[in-house]
Unconditional design. Structure first.
Length: 118
């Protein structure tokens, strides 16, 4: 019984701690400085989207493989809309949990920095 109580206390404490940290700092442990296409964005898209959207599997006629192809979805605002699952956009990745907050923040930071092919 005692162990259960201790576990519950720890769980409660850590969840509270996590909440307040999120509120104060946002996802403070997500580093969105110096996000680049080659070291960050490509990996996220490759891991989560290429299974349906590389040049062989262009589901829905959507190919995200190759910078220029991806960039066209960035410029139209559709890429950010689908990964942030905003209303009016098809939520992506399809039939899978949304990208991690940090992954979305990196994509957003990269786009705000001009979506460079860096
Ligand atoms: C399991 C397959 C699958 C995965 C994984 C997937 N998609 Fe899709 N995607 C689709 C299908 C099918 C469509 C077309 C039908 C629709 O819009 O739902 C689509 C459509 C899209 C569109 C076009 C939406 C529009 O309104 O024109 C974009 C952009 C897109 N996906 C981006 C992504 C991104 C970015 C990821 C990764 C984060 C991703 N998709 C992962 C299957 C997938």
């Amino acid at each position: 019984m005692r162990t259960v109580l201790i576990c519950l206390t720890i769980l409660f404490w850590t969840s509270c701690y996590y909440d307040s940290e999120e509120e104060l700092y946002g996802s403070s442990n997500c580093n969105t400085n110096e996000v680049t296409f080659s070291s960050d964005i490509l990996k996220i898209i490759d891991n989560n989207c290429y299974s349906c959207h590389d040049s062989a599997n262009n589901f829905g006629g959507v190919t995200l493989e190759g910078f220029e192809k991806l960039k066209s979805y960035v410029d139209s605002g559709v890429l950010l809309g689908v990964v942030k699952q905003e209303s009016g956009f098809s939520p992506m990745p399809k039939n899978a949990p949304p990208l991690l907050d940090c992954e979305i923040e990196k994509i957003e930071a990269w786009i705000n920095d001009g979506a460079k092919n860096n």
